[in-house]
Design a protein around this ligand. Sequence first.
Ligand SMILES: NC(=O)c1ccc[n+]([C@@H]2O[C@H](COP(=O)([O-])OP(=O)(O)OC[C@H]3O[C@@H](n4cnc5c(N)ncnc54)[C@H](OP(=O)(O)O)[C@@H]3O)[C@@H](O)[C@H]2O)c1
Length: 338
Amino acid sequence: MTLAETSRFAFTPDLTICRALNGMWQLSGGHGRIDPARAVAAMFAYHDAGFTTWDLADHYGPAEDLIGVFRRQFAAQHGEERLGEIQAFTKWVPHPGPMTRRVVEDAVAISRRRMRVDRLDLLQFHWWDYADRRYLDALKHLADLRDEGQIRHVALTNFDTERLAMVIEAGIEIVSNQVQYSLIDQRPAAKLAAFCAAQGTTLLTYGTLLGGLLSEAWLGRAEPSRYELQTVSQQKYKNMIDAWGGWALFQELLAALKTIARKHQVGVAEIGARAILDQKAVAGVIIGARLGLAEHLAANSQVFDIALDAEDEAALAPVLAKGRDLMRVIGDCGDEYR
Ligand SMILES: NC(=O)c1ccc[n+]([C@@H]2O[C@H](COP(=O)([O-])OP(=O)(O)OC[C@H]3O[C@@H](n4cnc5c(N)ncnc54)[C@H](OP(=O)(O)O)[C@@H]3O)[C@@H](O)[C@H]2O)c1
């Protein structure tokens, strides 16, 4: 299996990524028991297949440590000089409090140590409360640490358009913002994506496959109770489906997607991922990976072999039009966390 050339994207002048990133939240509990050795073995399979870019966070259980183990084993097998083939994008999600240089530098140092890197490729910053303006202090320190070589690039996650603009106005260079973006949650298309495109900032997306609910495995099935949903992410995105339009409408969407998937000879999930990859400002879609428990490498490689056309768009439009406008129900990107 070789990924098409179009799977690669010049994310920044010094970092080329795979546009389907491997999401590591699935290691943090609530997604089945992860065996560290099997997980690291799986990381080699992802990398070898061309899925070289990882999305993780300080609070995703052992994710940062597993990047460290993977890098150590990778260097032993292939030599230190090839470590640059791996891109590992972490996050810092601090508890609210003073954002002094010491606090920020200590947090970055922990991630660098766990991941066994001198310099973090990307630090995506999350903040819980916009009323507490200390997020600007934290970001200024992160920008200093970037200039000093401890971080390559500073990024955000779950920031809305208004606050992203404030950060940029404060003179802080932001390369990307990670937000929820799927066929049912198209809030980024309302405001954020156009703003990002104008600024040269990109989007990394999560929730694109609705924790796996956006697949034929769920087509034609009765509405699951909370207990029938096997992972925390399925529970989370079932709530999004309910907010968007409910299970019956979701089944209509799956049926429409299945017709398109048949035409392109791929699965429903790959159509869902492709549709978001094609959106304005999107650099990559993050696809959660239950490392060592389940994998969809061959299927997800096909995301880069298909091109959706006007007929596909026209088939989806009437179903999507029946969904609620989540900008009105929830608010701009990230508001679900605040
Ligand atoms: N910034 C934030 O606030 C935030 C929030 C949530 C997530 N994230 C990031 O985004 C990542 C994605 O996680 P998510 O929770 O949003 O999940 P997701 O990517 O929407 O769904 C992942 C699940 O989809 C299934 N899947 C993957 N490829 C498939 C295919 N080709 N066909 C059928 N099913 C397929 C797998 O299910 P099975 O394993 O059951 O086979 C997988 O576990 C996370 O790991 C994390 O890195 C960030």
